[in-house]
Design a protein around this ligand. Structure first.
Ligand code: FES
Length: 105
């Protein structure tokens, strides 16, 4: 599928919050930590709850699922806190002329 425009950089919320978008028919979550934009699947690998309503911890660079508290590393998608045991997909991000692009391939 390759690179897909996901959002305008200006639409990203402040640090600590997550924006859920649909990019090429896929649910993608975007978060900003220390000025860096991260993109990841908007589905918790535990029970498929949207991670876009989760909370980002900048210190650990993780997102925590609101339903049962599983956490995932935004850089790798690996779970860092149960009950999730499977990673979530993470996507490469490029910011170009104020637009956020994600690589869904
Ligand atoms: S659905 Fe996310 S922790 Fe259960």
């Amino acid at each position: 599928m390759g690179w897909v425009r996901a959002a305008a950089l200006a639409d990203l919320p402040a640090e600590g919050a997550v924006l859920g978008v649909e990019a090429a028919g896929r649910r993608v979550a975007l978060a900003r930590v220390d000025g860096q934009v991260y993109a990841f699947a908007d589905n918790c690998s535990h029970r498929d709850f949207p991670l876009s309503v989760g909370e980002v911890d900048a210190a650990s660079c993780t997102v925590t699922c609101e339903w049962h508290g599983a956490a995932f590393d935004l850089r790798t998608g690996e779970p860092t806190c149960p009950p999730a045991i499977r990673p979530i997909p993470v996507y490469a991000v490029r910011v170009d002329a104020g637009e956020v692009w994600v690589d869904l391939s």
